[in-house]
Design a protein around this ligand. Sequence first.
Ligand code: ELE
Length: 213
Amino acid sequence: MNDLARSVERVMRLAPVIPVLVIEDPDHALPIAEALVAGGLPALEVTLRTPCAIDAIKAMKQVPGAVVGAGTVLNPDDLARALDAGAEFIVSPGLTPALGQAAVESGVPYLPGTANASDMMLALDLGLSRLKFFPAMANGGVPALKAIASAFGQLRFCPTGGITPANAPEWLALDAVICVGGSWMVPKGKPDIARIEADARLAAQLLDKEKAL
Ligand SMILES: O=C(O)C(=O)C[C@H](O)[C@H](O)COP(=O)(O)O
């Protein structure tokens, strides 16, 4: 495992679930981050899909214990904006040589999206071995990742896309899976902070439950 893989794995091991956040209102950023961290989910992926995403990253970084990353990073420009805002890890839906090289050069923990064996081979060429598997359910679910990962013993994954509290344990039980990503604990609209914290708490216990079986 290289240093980059070690630093990504540190983020992936903070909790069994990385919340994938689409922040529509900058005023929601702080209370949502506080609730998720209080519930036991410190790694927060703020997708660069809304105009206030960069401000949301800056706001969430004020929450003690939060490790705030940027998601939906599509190219080196997005990467630069995210790093300027202080993003502590980077997630992308796919992988291009340009983004992969820029991310590796920056040294930031980076989880590139991969969906098939060719994506994974590109990741390996770039020295990346901790990967997002996206879109996890639409792409064939657990059987698909099992089949692909059997050829790549050195890779570890964060499946994302269609993950729910019901199917997360099955993913987390795979040796190749370290954590999952999901948006279920922060639905669209005005945030219900108590509910978010309660759902985060349940999500944070997913791995323990599975291991206890
Ligand atoms: O754009 C990106 O970089 C992403 O991270 C996409 C997210 O992984 C999914 O949108 C989350 O999927 P759901 O949990 O099914 O809502």
